[in-house]
Structures are given as C-alpha cells and as structure tokens.
Ligand binder design. Structure first.
Ligand SMILES: Nc1ncnc2c1ncn2[C@@H]1O[C@H](COP(=O)(O)OP(=O)(O)OP(=O)(O)O)[C@@H](O)[C@H]1O
Ligand code: SF4
Ligand SMILES: [Mg+2]
Length: 340
C-alpha cells in the first residue's frame, strides 16, 4: 500500500510502495546557477533535476531513460552525493542522507558506488590494475596488505579477468575488459547500491550484452541494487525491473518494465518507443512512428505548464497553463500527463 508523506506542497507526493525500500528519493532538485557576466543577468539556473521522487527496493534495478541533457547523470550523481542536491530528501535504508554529519555520510557512501560510461577516462592510465581495483580498499584502510591482495584477486575472478592481468596498465585492455576492471573496483567495498551511468554505451554491441550479463550475475550473487542509466531503451528493457522516463529534469512516467514497453501512457514515452524497431510484428504494428517536433527546450527557460507541451502532439491550452501532477494512474504505474 502506498503511504502519504505529510507536508508536501500542494499535492502530496506518495511513495511508490512502502515495503521499506533501500532508496527513497523525494522531490529532489539540482539547479546549477548560471554565472553572471557583464552582459548577462544573474539569477538564472540550469534546472537539471527539477523535483524527482521514486523508490527502489533492495536487489532491484530501476532503469532511467531519456534524451541527452534531461538530467540522468545529475540525478545519479546527486543520489550518491558526488554532488550536493539543491533541495529534496534522499533516504538510504531509512536514513535521511541530507542530515548526516560528515563522518556518517562517508560511512554510508561506502555502500554506494558508480560505474561510468567511459571505462578509459574513468581509470587512471598511470596505475596498474591491482592499484586501480585496490585503491578504495587502501583509502578506507580495509584489511591487511595480504587480505587486500586476496580480495583484489577474488574480484578479478568475479568479473571474469585473470589474476595475471593485475600487473598491467589500462591501455593494455579492450573496452569491455576495462569496464570489467571498473566494475571490480566498484565492488571492492561491498556496496549495496550501484549507479550504472551508461555503462555499456561506449562498447561494441557484441560486448554490451556480455557486460550486461555480468552485471546481472553480480546482482544475483551479491543482492545489488542498481540505478541503470541509459539512453538505449532496449538495453534498459533487458536489465530493469522498473523503468523511469525522464524529460527535462522530471520523471514523466514510471512503471514495471513490461508496462512501459507495452502500455506506455505518456506521449513522450510513446514517442521514444516508436523510434525503436521491435522484433514482434504485432507490437511493431500497434506502434506508430511518432516524430516529435522541435528540439528539447533549454533547462534554463522551461516551458509553462507541462514542460513537454512544445513538442507534444496532444498538447492543449490546458497543458500550456497547468503542470500535470506525477500520479499513480494505475497500480504501480505513474504518469505526469493531463490525458495519459
Ligand atoms: N556541472 C554542471 N554545471 C552546469 N550545468 C550542468 C552541469 N552538469 C550538468 N549540467 C546541465 O544539466 C543538464 C542535465 O545534464 P546531465 O549530464 O545530467 O544530462 P544527461 O541526461 O546525463 O545527458 P547525457 O545523456 O548526454 O549524458 C544539461 O543541460 C547539462 O548541460
Ligand atoms: S499534459 Fe498535455 S502536453 Fe503534457 S504530455 Fe500530456 S497531453 Fe502532452
Ligand atoms: Mg549523462
């Protein structure tokens, strides 16, 4: 049963479910102030994340999809506190992360790791693989030298690499292998929550599925919870239990994966889906290609009312005037559209 949170502004935001989720995000905002120059007025900001709420149960994967610039990475970075949110609440295991002191925050942050898109840029080229994978253990002073070495070898095996690779440097590996190294490093402190920010987008298609399968195996073995960010809807479908679709800093639709792909209710989700070919001819026929007009508006000057109205084929005056509430239209299926 969903529960009410007291004290939200006009419309109370309900949690998506109440069975003590591992992660609860409430009305999260991240605005980047614009620098004021000689000719520009100050006071504006990039509304990269603009009021986002959701929950994720332990051991599950929430996929986050949306076009470039809609705020996916900013959302991920704020959740694991690589960036400081402008406002909103993040509850991890029931603890409000926004009110933790430095020491406690550092402790909780060990539970959260991130895997980046570019496995080359995210690995220090000057370090050997053993140093890269073992760095978090060393920084957090985990175990003795020998114990750390054993852990590093164990992690290498878990991600499908050989212990003999440990003395090599990142440039000696392929993209897929480098991503495996990044995953081994992310796993070193036994995290519970991993933000995967486009982890396979830079890889060849043939290697993508191997890395996705590895992530799924590791999730099963260690009970990991994933926030899986991607602009590729087919990759997200494969790995996610539920999917959140973002547009200009907001979630416009969130539901179980198959609901999103078979019964999308938001015109933006429908448009995104219509652009990808599906193997099932019945499903393909049901979908009409929806071409969105215009470009994504600037997150500095957001459109009035529904922020999708400038591109929505169904937009009315009502949409231009009033912002739709993100609400549960059917059980577990959340949509922000007056007509969806
Ligand atoms: N540090 C920053 N300072 C100012 N603006 C930023 C900063 N980081 C992100 N932005 C802006 O916030 C918006 C959201 O960016 P973000 O990188 O989160 O999007 P994204 O969905 O991850 O995009 P992509 O698919 O290209 O990775 C963009 O308009 C971006 O230019
Ligand atoms: S509220 Fe209106 S403009 Fe926004 S998605 Fe729904 S129909 Fe389109
Ligand atoms: Mg990004």
């Amino acid at each position: 049963m969903p529960v009410q949170i007291a004290g939200q502004q006009e419309q109370s935001i309900r949690l998506l479910d109440a069975e003590s989720p591992l992660l609860e995000v409430n009305d999260l905002k991240k605005y980047f102030p614009l620098k004021s120059g000689l000719f520009s007025r100050s006071g504006g900001s990039v509304k990269a994340v603009d009021g986002i709420s959701f929950t994720v149960q332990a051991g599950q994967t929430l996929g986050i999809v949306g076009e470039s610039g809609c705020g996916k990475s900013t959302l991920g970075r704020n959740i694991i506190r690589l960036q400081e949110p402008t406002s909103g609440r993040i509850l991890y295991n029931g603890q409000d992360m926004t009110h933790l002191n430095e020491g406690r925050l550092r402790h909780v942050r060990r539970d959260m790791q991130i895997i980046f898109q570019d496995p080359y840029a995210s690995l220090n080229a000057k370090l050997r693989i053993s140093e890269i994978v073992g760095e978090p253990l060393r920084v957090h002073k985990v175990g003795s030298r020998l114990e750390r070495q054993e852990k590093i070898e164990y992690l290498m095996e878990k991600v499908g690499l050989e212990a003999e690779h440990l003395s090599r440097f990142p440039h000696e590996f392929s993209g897929g292998q480098r991503q495996r190294i990044g995953i081994a490093r992310a796993l070193s402190l036994n995290p519970k929550l991993i933000v995967c920010d486009e982890p396979v987008s830079a890889l060849d298609v043939s290697v993508q599925s191997q890395v996705i399968n590895l992530l799924q195996d590791l999730q099963d073995e260690f009970g990991l919870t994933y926030l899986f960010i991607s602009h590729d809807l087919s990759v997200v479908r494969h790995i996610s239990d539920r999917v959140a679709v973002m547009y200009l800093g907001k979630i416009v639709e969130l539901a179980e994966t198959e609901k999103i792909y078979q019964e999308a209710a938001h015109p933006y989700t429908q448009a995104l889906l219509s652009a990808i070919p599906v193997p099932d001819p019945v499903e393909q026929k049901r979908r009409q290609r929806i071409v969105l007009k215009g470009d994504v508006p600037s997150p500095v000057h957001l459109p009035s009312g529904c922020r999708f109205h400038t591109r929505c084929p169904l937009a009315t005056d009502h949409c231009r005037e009033e912002e739709p509430v993100f609400e549960e239209k059917m059980e577990g299926h959340w949509v922000a559209c007056h007509y969806g």
